[in-house]
Design a protein around this ligand. Sequence first.
Ligand SMILES: *Cc1c(COP(=O)(O)O)cnc(C)c1O
Length: 359
Amino acid sequence: MRVHNFAAGPAALPLEVLERAQSELTDFNGLGMSVMEISHRSKDFVAVAAESEALLRELLGVPDNYAVLFLQGGATGQFAAIPLNLTAPGDQVDYINTGAWSTKAIAEARKFAEVNVIADEQASNYSTTPAADTLRVTDGAAYLHYTANETIGGVEFGYLPEAGDVPLVADLSSTIMSRPLDVSKFGLFYAGAQKNLGPSGITVVIVRDDLLGRARPQTPSVLDYAVMAGADSMLNTPPTFGWYLLGLNLQWVRDTGGVTAMAERNQRKAETLYAAIDGLDFYSNPVETRSRSWMNVPFLLADSSLDQEFLTQAYAAGLTNLEGHRSVGGLRASIYNATSQESVDALVAFLKEFERTHA
Ligand SMILES: *Cc1c(COP(=O)(O)O)cnc(C)c1O
């Protein structure tokens, strides 16, 4: 039996995707081998890779002057790859700090460049995003980096920061493919796949052509965007099974109606869950309304001593992975593309029942 899975990452994948992978696991394309057992240079795998890229371009509307890279090292690897590729020693870079993932990106960037934190939401305990008109981008900064959705804090930007001529760089790990995106506004964005694109082990980087070829000479080749673009992301052995599964997941997105349909579903799921949390006395969400994430919904019990009992009973009811991040505690429901309205409805019914039996 499949449970209602609210994991933050690695996260739920659509059942259809898993069943398709299962059906061709031992015999891919009639080869008598699995996709894991063939060369990444074989024509069958090269076709898988090309189709994944084509689908990603089609679904997100990626213009031709952007490269799509499939890398390793996770989003965390990109925290270093971005300054290595886009700055020279001594360059200034701007960052917006909206929580745990921004903080990590900033700490890594400080190893390589002069970091200006042009907005820091610490005063609200990272429950807010800065007002758009308060952002002052540094003249001559190599880029402006922000975290579009803070997976741990449940804080999501409702707008694209305006950076003028400075390239806009975004960590979209936990929001990519959840709603339409104007790719042309970005210099670069990236996402670890394990939230909303596929399994862990593969990272997507989408970068405008004019930002290629600027890497510092010491940049490891596997993190050098121009090198990886020139090698079609196959400088070395890529994570073939993850790339394949990512492709199946994108087919599912396309067959389900694309990002517009995802956005409609996601908005409805989020509204359902926030309405329940706001409407019940037992629960609260700490995030300012305009910055509430569609993907990650942290919530607190009025009496936190009931957290463990909540999790135990939820688990018994088939609702899994509802604990908050180990750094903040509390509870959190992640409701990425693959989590259905039915799962959210089941969670809401449980919230009501738990309140009724514990109030
Ligand atoms: C999960 C996550 C990361 C870290 O991803 P890894 O692939 O584990 O390095 C970074 N940023 C955001 C927004 C995330 O959700």
